[in-house]
Design a protein. Structure first.
Length: 100
């Protein structure tokens, strides 16, 4: 887990940029000992946010939409994973009928 300062160095961003991202809800650190800590997921998400703006010219509104869609996609994938993990194996004839 990284501190805010370490994350800024890792992402090559200013602390004000990090504060903006947090105020937008784009990064949600874990609070440990009263201070925010950032995970590997936060680092990857921060890289994506930076690249969307710097490399692709996506504005704040576009970034918010992209992140929301990615979060929805992740939620759907997680739900499908849970559903499929709870389903018993299907007999081959059933699988063929459903696959058509």
């Amino acid at each position: 887990m990284l501190t805010a300062q370490q994350l800024c160095v890792e992402l090559r961003i200013d602390k004000n940029v990090l504060e903006l991202w947090m105020s937008e809800g784009w990064l949600l650190p874990v609070i440990q000992d009263g201070a925010p800590r950032y995970s590997e997921v936060d680092i990857a998400r921060g890289r994506l946010i930076r690249e969307l703006g710097e490399d692709f010219g996506v504005n704040a509104e576009g970034t918010a939409i992209i992140l929301d869609l990615l979060d929805q996609l992740y939620g759907v994938r997680l739900a499908l994973s849970r559903v499929s993990a709870g389903q018993p194996a299907r007999p081959e004839p059933v699988v063929r009928r459903v696959s058509r």
